[in-house]
Design a protein around this ligand. Structure first.
Ligand SMILES: Nc1ncnc2c1ncn2[C@@H]1O[C@H](COP(=O)(O)OP(=O)(O)O)[C@@H](O)[C@H]1O
Ligand SMILES: N[C@@H](CCC(=O)OP(=O)(O)O)C(=O)O
Length: 371
């Protein structure tokens, strides 16, 4: 079991670091981008790069930055208004990062990604190559969700998740989440007395922790940071969460601030990680209770006999969701049949003309990950 000290040192000496900066850290309601704070963050990243690390910035703040120029006084609620604000704000944000790093003769490369881009092998590989090339060219990648094209269904939803997926994509050694709160607390510190948690070694350390909503500029609140930390843990990447004000200490060789999250001792294989977290699910099948127990409890392959319904159009090799009878996602896996074939096997079974339980499994146990 890794000690907190070892974990902190591992983050402090990580060669490849993703630094995610929340909207609340660099934008304000009426003034748009807080340039002084952004400059300080660029200073800290530059110091770490001078020390030999590669830094990838995931910067939120496009919507916050676009509000003031558009005369919006409250955070936009509709998707189209958010997208319009992001379209104006992203330009400002990229320019601000460009100006900040230009003080060190560094250029920045803007990389805008949707969940669908990360969810397809070919576009994910392309994004990975771009990010890597930027690194070798000494440019600082500044990454954000491509808000103007992402619809509600295909959004990452929050940049904590995007940052964790990017960290996996580029095989980062550490993920640093900079927010407006200096650590994870056992409850929202804005709402009263709360105790800071300095290390999360496993799920048990989160017993009794209430992860609440975010501030008026942020999106996912603490729950999305915990989800991102879990995702990074599966990818074998340790996480440090603290406030942007503490960025210098967070990126120091031995960070003493914030909450550190241990990675799984054995990182999930790239294939299982892909199935569990990244891939775009192309469809879903409905399972009876026995099949739910087989795939979640006994980790067995999913046979057609346990399938009661099919949703969507998928092909052999696509990732699909496995739903229980209440429609909850219980697992994800790689289909070994096309949806058309599954439908016709189910129809044959219902009409008594076939035995849908025979033959190869719909999802092999090796390609199946409980959610
Ligand atoms: N258990 C908790 N520990 C720490 N912060 C919490 C907790 N629950 C809710 N929060 C709130 O989450 C906020 C950070 O989330 P968010 O506003 O989405 O940040 P960001 O813009 O950095 O993504 C903090 O301001 C804090 O008030
Ligand atoms: N892509 C959005 C970011 C949304 C988001 O996740 O914000 P935050 O919770 O502040 O990290 C923007 O740039 O405004």
């Amino acid at each position: 079991m890794t000690t907190e000290r070892e974990l902190r040192r591992r983050i402090g000496t990580a060669r490849r670091v993703v630094v995610k900066i929340g909207s609340s850290a660099i934008t304000s309601f009426h003034g748009g981008i807080r340039r002084a704070e952004l400059d300080t963050l660029a200073d800290v990243c530059q110091t770490r790069m001078t020390g030999g690390s590669d830094v990838f910035v995931v910067s939120s703040g496009a919507i916050g930055a676009g509000m003031a120029p558009l005369g919006m006084t409250t955070r936009p609620a509709t998707l189209s208004a958010k997208q319009a604000a992001a379209s104006v704000g992203q330009l400002e944000l990229a320019r601000a990062w460009g100006d900040s790093f230009a003080r060190y003769d560094r250029v920045v490369g803007q990389v805008l990604l949707t969940a669908a881009d990360i969810g397809r092998r070919d576009s994910a590989a392309n994004a990975q190559r771009t990010l890597d090339r930027l690194r070798t060219l000494r440019a600082v990648p500044v990454i954000n969700e491509n808000d103007t094209v992402a619809t509600n269904e295909i959004r990452f939803g929050d940049n904590d998740r995007l940052a964790a997926l990017v960290a996996h994509l580029i095989s980062a050694d550490a993920l640093i989440l900079l927010s407006d709160v200096d650590a994870l607390y056992d409850s929202d510190p804005r709402k009263g007395d709360a105790t800071a948690v300095t290390m999360v070694g496993g799920e048990g350390d989160l017993d009794g922790v209430v992860a609440g909503a975010g501030g008026s500029l942020g999106t996912g609140g603490m729950a999305s940071k915990l989800a991102a930390a879990r995702l990074a843990a599966d990818a074998g990447i340790p996480v440090l969460l603290t406030s942007a004000e503490r960025a210098a200490e967070a990126l120091a060789a031995e960070p003493t601030v914030g909450t550190v999250f241990a990675a799984r001792p054995e990182r999930m294989t790239a294939r299982r990680f892909w199935v569990r977290h990244a891939a775009d699910a192309r469809g879903a099948v409905l399972l009876d209770d026995g099949a739910v127990r087989a795939v979640t409890g006994s980790r067995r392959s999913l046979l057609l006999a346990g399938v009661t319904g099919v949703d969507g159009l998928f092909h052999f090799g696509d990732v699909i969701e496995l739903h229980d009878s209440d429609g909850r996602v219980v697992a994800r896996g790689i289909a070994q049949y096309d949806s058309i074939e599954v439908r016709s096997r189910l129809a044959e079974r219902q009409s008594g003309t076939g035995a849908a339980g025979q033959g190869r499994p719909l999802v092999h146990a090796d390609d199946l990950v409980a959610v």
